[in-house]
Each structure stands twice: as structure tokens, then as C-alpha cells.
Design a protein around this ligand. Structure first.
Ligand code: NAI
Ligand code: MG
Length: 354
């Protein structure tokens, strides 16, 4: 098996954690007998913008070609480029052009990571957040009227399509089917948002009918966020619209500890286009260049990428190696109270795969 991977390190600590992600990928490939053909791209970072006045070359799609996946670090350097420019000029281009309509994040409390929720132990928190990534509340339909008068008015429409809603729900139910508890929780607000959210609920019910082996429930978004904090053990797969999913996919990993270890996938499940895997964190200008960044978010993203490529065994082993290293205080990075630097943490994880 050979996989073509586009590698984009980006800015700041993206450049420090990416080599560790690749180190672990290579160790997993040797051990499991597959080959990764890497193509590193020197764009989608702010130095590129400083030189060319844009984040990526005009023909970036040709440059990237047809890789099996994109492995991404972090983008953004606000001292050179405003954040909305760097983000829209890079990551959001990939999400849109490659129809990566699933944003997927694991929420898992691991030993060695301090949990901000009192009394929770590793094993108590283990679920996935599935966010719709292309439509919903983040639409361009709307506008301003009567500006500057006392009748001033702004509005922005939510757009849900049957195709868009059904495909994200299908992903969530398919994922739940692979889990021991086989439970889907839907985020809704059909009591207050009385047109789009009842539609969302209807589609959940229709989808659930074709998954008799998966159970499901729904919560309004307000109590759902409270339950993330109060009862995180009740969740298995949580699915939400673009806005609700955005909130839950930051809240979930925050409930399970440091931002330095959280991974994410921007996925096109049909594999018509490449999917992109990246840590949740950004370029962390405050610690960049010091070799203290936690590489685990990048490494866990590598595991998600291998899982997506079908290398399930290798993916599970990387997650197990992360868990083993986190148990060892001397191998933890500074954000977890340790003194290991970025490379020694990455090497320790890679060593467990050799
Ligand atoms: P950030 O995630 O870069 O940093 C937030 C805080 O967490 C900082 O104190 C940082 O030191 C710490 N941190 C983050 N990752 C860490 C790691 N691996 N190990 C240890 N500590 C870590 O978010 P911030 O500061 O809001 O944004 C900085 C830049 O990153 C901005 O340009 C922003 O637009 C960009 N950004 C990019 C993202 C992406 O590429 N997907 C996501 C979030 C922000
Ligand atoms: Mg967000």
C-alpha cells in the first residue's frame, strides 16, 4: 500500500510539530508495511503571503494534485497578516474546494492530562463531535438595511439542504455503528428556531430509521453544552449543524484537557477529494521557536489520517502510544507540567512504534 500525502506545515509551531507528526507516521509505516509518499508544500503560511501578496499560488490545486490526504500544521501570524486573511486564503479554501463537509474531533480524557471537570477519570470521557462544515448558519444570505437610522436592521439566513443535512447525519450514524455504545446525540434548538431546527430533527428521525442497531437522542443546544460539562460520560457520537457543531467541537476538547493534544479531521467521506487532518490549535506565536510546543495534537491527527486511509491498526497503535507517553511525567511537554521538548516527546511516541 502506498499513500500520497500533501504536507503543509504552515506558521509558528506548525513548523515545529509537523516534523514530529511525520516522524511518527514514518515509524507506523515501517512497522505496518505501507509507504507514504510525502510532498511538502511551501505555501499556506504568512511568509509566503509576505513574498507574494497571497497565501497560496493561483494554481495551488494543480500543485497539490490528487493526494490521498493533506496533513496540515497550523496557519496564522497576526503580526504579518490579519487572521481572517490567512484563514480564508488557506484552510477555508481547502474545506470548500474539497467539499470537506465533516469536521470530526475526538473528545477523550487521557491519563496525565489534567481534566478541568472535577472528579472525572480517564475512561469517563470518550466521544466524538461531528460538525457540519459547509452550510447551515454560516451562509452569505442576508444584509443590512436602513444603516445609521433608528430602523437599522441586519439579518442572515440559515440554509439547510436535504443533501447537506442527510450526509452529515449519515456520517454520524455510520461512525456510531463502529462504537461499542452505538449512540448518536443530536444538537437541536427546535423550540426556539422553529423552521430549520425542526427540519433537522425530522431528518435525524428519518436517518435513525435506517440504523435500527444505533440508538439516538437529542438535546437543545443550551442544555447540551451544560451536559458536556456536567455529564460528559453520557455521550458517544454528538452531531450538530455548522454553528452548534463549531461550539461543541471547541467545548468538547476543552473538557478533556489541553488544546495541545486535540486533533481534527476535515473530511470528504466519499473520497472524491482529499481530506485534511490538523491539530485543533493554532500557530501559538507566544511559544513559537522555543521547541516547547506539544506535538501530540499533530501526532493524533496523523492517527486520524491513517484511520481515514484504512490503516486502522496503525492508527490505533499511535493513539495507544500517545496514551503511554502521557502517563510518563518526564515525557510530557511544558503545557502538561513536564519539561520534555517537542522533539523528545515526538521521539518517545515514535519509539513505541518501532
Ligand atoms: P493558538 O491555538 O495558537 O494558541 C492558544 C494558546 O494555546 C496559546 O497560549 C498557545 O501557546 C497554547 N498552545 C496552542 N497549541 C499548543 C501546543 N501544541 N502546545 C502547547 N501550547 C499550545 O490560538 P491563538 O493564539 O488564538 O491563535 C494564534 C494564531 O493561530 C492566529 O493567527 C490564529 O488565526 C491561528 N489559528 C489557526 C488555526 C488553524 O490553523 N487551524 C486554529 C486556531 C488559530
Ligand atoms: Mg472553532
Amino acid at each position: 500500500r502506498t499513500y500520497d500525502i500533501a504536507v503543509i506545515a504552515g506558521d509558528g509551531i506548525g513548523k515545529e510539530v509537523m516534523p514530529e507528526g511525520v516522524r511518527v507516521l514514518e515509524a507506523a509505516a515501517r512497522r505496518h508495511g505501507f509507504t507514504l509518499r510525502q510532498k511538502w508544500h511551501d505555501f499556506a503560511h504568512c511568509d509566503y503571503y509576505a513574498r507574494h501578496g497571497r497565501m497560496m499560488p493561483e494554481n495551488w490545486k494543480e500543485e497539490i494534485g490528487r493526494p490521498d490526504a493533506i496533513f496540515f500544521g497550523a496557519v496564522g501570524w497576526p503580526a504579518i497578516v490579519p487572521d481572517h486573511v490567512s484563514l480564508w486564503g488557506s484552510l477555508l479554501q481547502f474545506r470548500r474546494e474539497y467539499d470537506q463537509y465533516v469536521n470530526l474531533r475526538p473528545v477523550r480524557l487521557m491519563e496525565g492530562v489534567p481534566c478541568p471537570l472535577a472528579g472525572r477519570k480517564p475512561g469517563d470521557i470518550d466521544f466524538w463531535v461531528v460538525r457540519e462544515n459547509t452550510e447551515g448558519e454560516y451562509s452569505a444570505i442576508g444584509g443590512r438595511m436602513f444603516e445609521g437610522t433608528d430602523r437599522e436592521l441586519v439579518m442572515q439566513e440559515t440554509v439547510m439542504t436535504r443533501k447537506g443535512v442527510d450526509r452529515i447525519l449519515k456520517f454520524a450514524f455510520d461512525l456510531a455503528r463502529t462504537r461499542p455504545r452505538r449512540l448518536v446525540t443530536s444538537a437541536t434548538k427546535s423550540n426556539g428556531i422553529a423552521i430549520t431546527m425542526p427540519y433537522w430533527d425530522e431528518r435525524v428521525e428519518a436517518m435513525a430509521a435506517s440504523y435500527p442497531e444505533v440508538s439516538w437522542n437529542k438535546f437543545h443546544i443550551d442544555i447540551l453544552t451544560a451536559n458536556f460539562v456536567l455529564k460528559p460520560h453520557i455521550f458517544d457520537v454528538v452531531v450538530g449543524s455548522n454553528l452548534f457543531g463549531d461550539i461543541l467541537s471547541d467545548l468538547g476538547p476543552a473538557c478533556a484537557g489541553t488544546i495541545g493534544i486535540a486533533p481534527s479531521g476535515n473530511i470528504n467521506p466519499e473520497r472524491e477529494h482529499p481530506s485534511l487532518f490538523e491539530p485543533v490549535h493554532g500557530s501559538a506565536p507566544d511559544i513559537a521557536g522555543q521547541n516547547v510546543a506539544n506535538p501530540i495534537g499533530q501526532i493524533w491527527s496523523a492517527a486520524m489520517m491513517l484511520d481515514h486511509l484504512g490503516e486502522k491498526g496503525a492508527a490505533a497503535e499511535i493513539v495507544a502510544a500517545i496514551e503511554a507517553v502521557l502517563k510518563e511525567p518526564s515525557l510530557r511537554t511544558r503545557d502538561l507540567g513536564g519539561s520534555a521538548d517537542t522533539a523528545s516527546c515526538g521521539k518517545a511516541i515514535a519509539a513505541l512504534l518501532s
